[in-house]
Design a protein around this ligand. Structure first.
Ligand code: G3I
Length: 777
């Protein structure tokens, strides 16, 4: 027992109707990362340097105090261990391993197999393939066996992938073929069966293609019996990174039965860093830690160095630095305090969903529970496949006959208050189509479904768990649309004795009506089903983002759950996407600044000086041949005395790539000084640009709200300025996008100089009143 825990127990035993002693209260204060992490059964660590441990007592003391795991920053790299063939020098690695043992710390050994930091004799030597394989096996066996029982975790293979997620064409792949990966893990396991064997990679936190490639790789290795125990996510980030998708990525790998870890976290900042930047940096550390804490199989958070005095960043990225938790004199930076607070205080949101199936799982057979409650659902007779809630997003697709997804047991007590929400897209109205249900003994304790006899969405609760019992229902007033993503929220309010049904975030009906006695529910003790009821009634179409709450959801929350934005960049000091889709923006160049927003709050809007732009990578953001809306707050820089922006050229607010040009441009038009929404007739070859312009010239220096709406059904596009319709085009087509979205530029240029805030994209034509709401300052 830790001393402070013992003190608490003693203190508690002494309390007999009196206050706990002041000593106990002081002792309960957690003051180091290590204490905070250990209390959660988590490891927190840093990469450390053998020479710093040897020469710098303050460094040494801090490593001992703060961390319960350490990683060798360079000491296990092959070029360090065996600079001359056959002559291993383990002295530096030993220094770290011995230090860790003396201080009760686990060691992560980095790394056994890497394309980099190889000794010259190896990279320049001439070896046959068989010889090279022997050399590699000998190296793995020599190192792992020497540290058997002393190195707890090996990064067996480091950075095996290219940016597109395919195997990296590096030293080992080019000479040994892909088999080197499996070999290395088998060799390591054979000599130290107790060591945890990891594959370590970078950029997979945010690069979806690379993360997917890594997922397929480790899934394949595991399927072939290769002993991969865990996956490390290096997490070298910028202060503008949001890490929106990291929790989901970690969860997907954990669902493969793997441990995961954050292995090399640091957050580089242009130097000198100011207070605002250090505060922003602290948030990135916090996001990383929260993502790990939300995933039970995330075992450790390791930073790549802990003091700015010894970080790898300044040497590798001139002009950047300040990437770690402590300053050069080992003083705590905001990042340190934030990480400590998160490790100490973070709690799974108690009011969050008790089950949350995003249904975008890569594996396709298990719908994992993003709430952290472990209610994964097994998918059979149905596919978790490509379904068109959005490009690049998966959903459960029911064909009207499948068995949907089913959990092992009940998710919610249906006799008490609960709520179920989901996005659905119905493809067939010929039968009852159940979105979600939970089994009782004889029938479902509730169903949320499409009802063909009334042509409505229906939330139904039988009066008892018997097939003869009547059913209490609440129905939509709107007629369900076919092939349109619609959001449903069903609420059972046990205290009030009422059921409610929301469609697209709007309450459509409450039952029983006021004046009638309250409804009472009963507990269904069977499994939860997505896409069918206990009686079948399989859904036809797509289901996505199903959430279950063990409480009432109110009108404001139902509206928020129905948020239809497919991208939202608030630029609150970062370039992350705050929509469900987690498509973080990447600044180009990496350094980007922030300025006050329209309410004067500092660092809450993106500052563009004519050189920076934001790219949204990872596939298409919008299908531009379908209805969509793009909105943004923009403030152009004033350069002319007449108050109009200077005519340096067109300045693009947002655009999405087609083949040779953007498939739309929302922009400032330099030749007449107006706002414009332009859609080319075609995205390659000669074209015209049907355009809707603002009625008045753009005013520089003033925050202005723009909204571009393409209504595919109607075949028209429209521009709104400050919530007021400016015009409607006669054009009737919009070319399909083939690439990503850009903010502050198009693929053919037109950089914006000014400030941008709250850029939103929606895969539908927003209504005028919705645009008015967004345009309200
Ligand atoms: O120690 C020698 C010194 O004697 C010599 O004078 C000097 C001249 O260049 O080099 C020193 O070695 C350098 C070593 O860092 C120690 O500072 C190497 O050149 C340099 O290549 C090495 O860089 C390391 C890099 O990996 C390559 O191995 C960084 O410290 C280390 O932080 C970095 O760590 C990697 C992870 O292993 C994998 N993930 C990415 C991460 C950052 O690049």
């Amino acid at each position: 027992m830790r001393w402070w825990m013992a003190a608490l127990v003693v203190g508690a035993q002494l309390v007999v109707g009196t206050m706990v002693g002041p000593d106990a209260a002081a002792a309960a204060e957690v003051t180091t990362l290590r204490e905070a992490a250990a209390a959660r059964g988590l490891q927190v660590g840093s990469a450390v340097s053998a020479s710093a441990l040897e020469t710098d007592p303050a460094y040494r003391d801090r490593v001992a105090a703060e961390f319960n795991t350490v990683t060798t920053e360079n000491e296990f790299k092959w070029s360090v261990l065996e600079p001359v063939r056959g002559r291993y020098d383990f002295s530096r690695a030993d220094r770290i391993v011995d230090f860790a043992a003396a201080h009760g710390q686990a060691v992560r050994g980095q790394t056994l197999v890497w394309h980099s930091s190889l000794p010259e004799w190896l990279t320049t030597g001439t070896f046959s393939q068989a010889e090279l394989r022997d050399i590699l096996r000998n190296h793995v066996q020599t190192v792992v066996s020497r540290y058997r029982g002393r190195v707890a975790v090996w990064d067996v293979v480091n950075e095996p992938l290219a940016e597109d997620g395919t195997p990296r064409d590096g030293f080992w792949l080019s000479r040994l073929g892909l088999g080197y990966l499996a070999d290395a893990f088998h060799w390591a396991r054979a000599v130290d069966p107790a060591a945890q064997l990891y594959l370590n990679e970078y950029s997979t936190e945010t690069n979806a293609a690379k993360a997917r490639g890594l997922y397929e790789l480790v899934r394949d290795l595991r399927a072939r019996g290769v002993p991969v125990d865990g996956v490390g996510f290096q997490t070298h980030k910028l202060l503008t990174s949001r890490l929106s998708a990291l929790g989901d990525v970690l969860r997907r790998f954990a669902d493969l039965g793997l441990d995961v870890a954050i292995t090399e976290l640091d957050v580089r900042v242009p130097v000198p860093a100011d207070a605002t930047e250090l505060a922003q940096q602290a948030e990135v550390y916090a996001w990383a830690a929260q993502a790990c804490l939300a995933v039970p199989r995330c075992r450790s958070i390791t930073t790549w160095g802990f003091t700015d005095a010894r970080s790898w960043i300044p040497a590798q990225y001139p002009g950047w630095g300040a990437a770690t938790l402590l300053d050069e004199s080992l003083g705590a930076k905001p990042a340190y305090r934030r990480l400590l607070a998160v490790l100490r205080d973070w709690q799974r949101p108690g009011t969050g969903p008790v089950a949350w199936w995003r249904l975008d799982d890569w594996g396709g057979t298990t719908a994992s529970d993003a709430s952290g409650s472990g209610h994964s659902a097994v998918v059979s007779g149905t596919t978790l496949g490509w379904y068109e809630r959005q490009p690049t997003t998966f959903a459960l697709r029911g064909d009207g006959a499948g068995t949907g997804a089913v959990t092992a047991g009940p998710v919610v007590d249906t006799a008490r208050s609960y709520a179920v929400s989901a996005w659905v897209s119905l493809t067939s109205k010929t039968a009852r189509r159940v979105v979600a249900s939970q089994d009782g003994a004889a029938r479902s304790a509730f169903t949320l479904s499409y009802e063909p006899s009334t042509d409505r969405w229906v939330f139904a609760v039988p009066l008892a768990d018997s097939v003869q019992a009547g059913v209490r229902t609440v129905s939509s007033t709107s007629v369900p649309a076919v092939n349109r993503w619609t959001h449903l929220t069903a609420v059972w309010n046990a205290g009030w004795g009422r059921m409610q049904l929301y469609v697209d975030g709007v309450l459509e009906m409450t039952a029983p009506p006021s004046g009638q006695p309250p409804a009472t529910g009963w507990t269904g003790r069977g499994p939860f089903r997505i896409g069918r009821s206990s009686a079948g009634e399989a859904f036809a179409g797509g289901i996505s983002d199903v959430r279950v709450f063990a409480r009432v959801v109110d009108a404001a929350e139902a509206a928020a759950l129905a948020d239809a934005a497919v991208g939202r960049w608030t630029f609150d000091g970062h370039t992350g996407d705050e929509s469900w889709f987690s498509r973080d923006g990447f600044p180009r160049p990496e350094q980007v600044g922030f300025t006050a927003d329209r309410a004067g709050r500092p660092a809450r809007a993106l500052l563009l000086t004519g050189t920076e732009v934001i790219d949204v990578r990872g596939g298409m953001t919008l299908w531009t041949d379908r209805s969509y809306t793009v909105t943004a707050w923009v403030r152009l820089t004033d350069a002319n005395r007449d108050g109009r922006p200077d005519g340096a050229g067109d300045q693009v607010v947002a655009s999405q790539d087609g083949r040779e040009r953007g498939t739309f441009q929302l922009q400032y038009e330099s030749d007449n000084g107006r706002w414009a929404y332009k859609v080319p007739v075609t995205d390659s070859g000669p074209t015209g640009w049907p355009t809707v312009e603002s009625l008045a010239p753009a005013v520089a220096g003033r925050w202005t709200h723009l909204a571009a709406v393409w209504n595919a059904g109607w075949g028209r596009f429209q521009l709104y300025v400050d919530g007021v319709l400016q015009g409607t085009s006669a054009a009737t087509t919009s070319p399909p996008a083939t690439g990503g979205l850009h903010v502050g530029v198009s693929m053919t240029g037109g950089r914006l100089t000014g400030a941008l805030d709250d850029v939103q994209v929606h895969q539908r034509a927003l209504q005028p009143h919705e645009i008015t709401t967004l345009a309200t300052p």
